[in-house]
Design a protein around this ligand. Structure first.
Ligand code: DLL
Length: 442
């Protein structure tokens, strides 16, 4: 179902015309209302009037996460604080959190974008949506919630955690759509299995999964276990929250960017030059309709590629491929670049292990030492007489090393653990544990 046919199927000329008008308005508003942008534009000798075409966007300076931290909490807002009706913030693992604000109109626009995202994912008015994204300062819970209500779905604001209760409510309320991080929804499905329930036998038909990198293999796992169609949803609080892009359930072939509200660019993170369509680079977004917290050329740190071909679903927006990961999460193992999601993709093809893993980074001398922690499944563990020293475990370790080596071209150490040893996620999974600063130099 296409929620807003007029906006979602516009032709390129109409879209570009709309984008330019909105870009000019945003540039003017940021210049006039946010001293940070005024100073930055001035130091780059660019004025809002210089934006006469979409290509002129390149004249504007980039914005980075540190700019948000430097102006904590409200320094980048473009409206007076009494017009800000909602705040969200990132957890800020290092330093100050990043705070974002929304005007009433921003919340309406976001809800509209999420409604059409849920419709693209298979949701429909009158059906039930189980929202297992965390509610609170994180944008996942409330973002999906408002859009689901606007679409006219019966919305279950369960949030993350309390997994057995989630299962009870799925049984009783019979939702067709489930939203959550892929790692948490996997946790729900496995908990159902442990309770002797068949996760594929619920009322669920569609899953809307995102907020963390995940792989095609993880999609297969979730679709098979739960008997659903699963789509990828992407977003970040600095740009709006979830809904910046989403796959359609018809094609499941790249995420449609809400490009009437955001312009995407893809750059080489080292040279800052644009890369050709189809090539991987860092995603950069400019908001076109946000009032309280407009953002110009925000460098997301996320690596993906874009594609401008038309999708079979009829939507005409630019699409992006699934995000490989964040630049910060990229590991360089003896000169080869690898993202955890690439390792996941091959790991999940190994039937003897569970779809959970963690990568530990340590320093040994001057070299980075990478250890992949995986968990053997119950059945195989029994065959190994519940013994991690069993010869079959050694064979399995070598098998995993070989699969990673031949597909990702890196040699990494693999450690196999007993079932249920890897921490389960209730929100964003922690895939990489970086112990390099704590590791004693040898
Ligand atoms: O994670 C917003 C969101 C909520 C997206 C619910 C999707 C669903 P932040 O907490 O600000 O916002 O984190 C944003 O998470 O820069 C990416 O690195 C990562 N991320 C988000 N969605 C995806 C995805 C929300 N589908 C950061 N695939 C982003 C890969 C994702 N990474």
């Amino acid at each position: 179902m296409i929620f807003n046919v007029e906006m979602e199927t516009m032709n390129t000329r109409q879209k570009e015309h709309l984008q330019l008008a909105r870009l000019q308005k945003t540039t003017k508003s940021t210049y006039e209302n946010v001293p940070f942008y005024k100073n930055k534009f001035d130091s780059h000798s660019v004025k809002p009037e210089d934006i006469q075409s979409l290509d002129d966007l390149r004249k504007l300076p980039f914005t980075v996460k540190q700019d948000l931290r430097d102006h904590y909490p409200f320094g980048l807002f473009a409206v007076p604080q009494n017009e800000v009706i909602r705040l969200h913030a990132s957890s800020g693992t290092s330093g100050k959190p990043t705070v974002v604000g929304y005007s009433r109109n921003d919340i309406d626009v976001w809800s509209e974008i999420i409604s059409r995202s849920i419709a693209a994912a298979g949701g429909e008015p009158g059906k039930v949506l189980h929202n297992a994204y965390g509610y609170g300062l994180f944008t996942g819970g409330l973002g999906l919630h408002y859009g689901s209500e606007k679409l006219g779905m019966t919305t279950v604001p369960i949030s993350g955690g309390n997994t057995t209760r989630q299962i009870l409510l799925i049984d009783d309320f019979k939702p067709q759509v489930i939203c959550g991080t892929p790692s948490y929804v996997l946790n729900i499905a496995e908990t159902m299995e442990k309770m002797g329930k068949d996760p594929a036998a619920t009322s669920l038909q569609y899953g809307i999964f995102g907020a963390e990198p995940w792989s095609e293999e993880m999609r297969q796992t979730l679709e098979t276990k739960l008997g659903i169609k699963a789509v990828d949803i992407y977003g970040l609080s600095e740009v709006m929250g979830p809904g910046v892009s989403i796959e359609c359930h018809e094609a499941q072939d790249g995420l449609h960017i809400a490009d009437d509200h955001f312009i995407v660019e893809v750059i080489n993170p080292k040279t800052n030059e644009h890369v050709p369509d189809g090539e991987y680079g860092e995603l950069v977004f400019t908001s076109l309709t946000k009032e309280a917290f407009p953002i110009i050329r925000y460098r997301t740190g996320d690596i993906a590629a874009i594609n401008r071909s038309k999708c079979q679903c009829g939507r005409t927006s630019v699409r992006m491929c699934r995000v490989k990961g964040r630049i910060d999460d990229m590991m360089i193992i003896r000169g080869v670049n690898v993202f955890p999601s690439e390792i996941e993709n091959y790991l999940l093809q190994v039937s003897e292990i569970m779809p959970h893993y963690q990568i530990q980074l340590q320093k040994k001398g001057t070299l980075d030492h990478v250890e992949l922690h995986v968990e053997v499944n119950e059945e195989y563990f029994k065959q190994c007489e519940d013994n991690l020293e069993h010869a079959n475990i050694m064979v399995l370790t070598e098998k995993i090393k070989h699969i990673i080596k031949s597909n990702c071209l890196v040699t990494i150490n693999v450690r196999i653990f007993a079932p249920d040893s890897i921490p389960r996620s209730e929100g964003k999974a922690i895939r990489v544990v970086d112990l390099r600063k704590e590791t004693v130099m040898q």
